[in-house]
Design a protein around this ligand. Structure first.
Ligand code: R5P
Length: 296
């Protein structure tokens, strides 16, 4: 089945790289913002498979526009519409932690299930949900791991002595997958989140950081509070330098500056979310996943 790729303006560079890796035509989705805040979304006609590419960081408006574009692609010739959301927001709220809270992951999953024929994303932030497929049970769900791409990207910057560090038990799969091809030692901490920007971390194995370069590895950098708490402890344990790498970096300019002030340098991430840290391209792993799953 032929494929075309449709992208929103803020993701043009990544979308063009993906279109090139797939050797498909790329077309922009145009968005007109009405003075009252509504969005008018317009797509170019499609046929066969339409790949709709947009990361869902800051998702409140983006998600609605993506749904409108998905519906427009179906109405304008696409036989199937694949949502390629390299970063997929709203996945962390997978239960009501307090009475009355919406279970965002389930609600967003139902919306995607309804408007798309397949979902492709990179390292979704799933905690208690074992796999992406159970978030969108009616359509094909494809998870692309950034671990090998991250390992290849940091290989020139690490030495045999570099210690990879994950903040908590949840980061263990990412740290282990990045460490394996590099043959590096890794440890993980024990984290308790107290508030949006406040975490407490313990590293029972911190002494092994003494005299060594450290690379923090996590799936997500949001406020940066987690990495700053890690850096503090590891520096006190004797680490000689601290860098960080993540699948997704959502941190804004002020939070990135705070990470640098905490001595974490460089902060690297894949390009799932546009920004100054987004130096590691996911175009080829995404293209490979789309091909191998018959989606492009
Ligand atoms: C937690 O589950 C994630 O893996 C990250 O550690 C967390 O989301 C980072 O958030 P922040 O940068 O705001 O501390």
């Amino acid at each position: 089945m032929s494929a075309t790729l449709h992208y929103f303006a803020e993701y043009e560079a990544q979308a063009q790289a993906l279109a090139e890796a797939l050797d498909v035509r790329a077309a922009a989705v145009s968005v007109h913002a009405f003075p009252d805040g509504e969005s008018l979304v317009r797509v170019t006609p499609a046929s066969g498979t339409a790949l709709l590419v947009r990361s869902l960081d800051n998702p409140n408006t983006k998600l609605l526009e993506v749904v409108l574009a998905g519906a427009a692609l179906h109405a304008n010739g696409a036989d199937r519409v694949v949502l390629v959301a390299p970063y997929l927001g709203y996945m962390r709220q997978d239960k009501a932690f307090n009475p009355g809270e919406a279970i965002s992951q389930g609600v967003i999953g139902r919306i995607i299930d309804e408007f798309f024929d397949a979902l492709v994303t990179v390292d979704p932030h799933l905690h208690r949900t074992p796999e992406l497929q159970s978030v969108v049970p009616k359509i094909m769900a494809v998870t692309v791991s950034a671990a090998d791409t991250i390992a290849a990207a940091i290989r020139p910057t690490v030495s045999r002595d570099t210690l990879l560090v994950g903040p908590d038990a949840e980061s263990l799969p990412w740290v282990a997958q990045v460490a394996a091809p590099l043959g590096l030692e890794f440890i993980v901490g024990e984290k308790v989140r107290r508030a949006d920007r406040k975490v407490t971390i313990a590293f029972p194995q911190a002494p092994c950081a003494r005299g060594r370069p450290v690379m923090l590895v996590d799936d997500l950098i949001s406020s940066g509070g987690t990495l700053i708490a890690c850096a503090d402890l590891l520096r006190r344990a004797g680490a000689i330098s601290i860098a960080a790498v993540a699948s997704h970096c959502l941190a804004g300019a002020a939070d990135l500056a705070a990470l640098r002030s905490a001595g974490i340098d460089p902060v690297l991430a894949t390009d799932t979310v546009p920004g100054p840290s987004a130096s590691i391209s996911m175009a080829f792993p995404l293209a490979e996943a789309l091909h191998s799953n018959g989606l492009a």
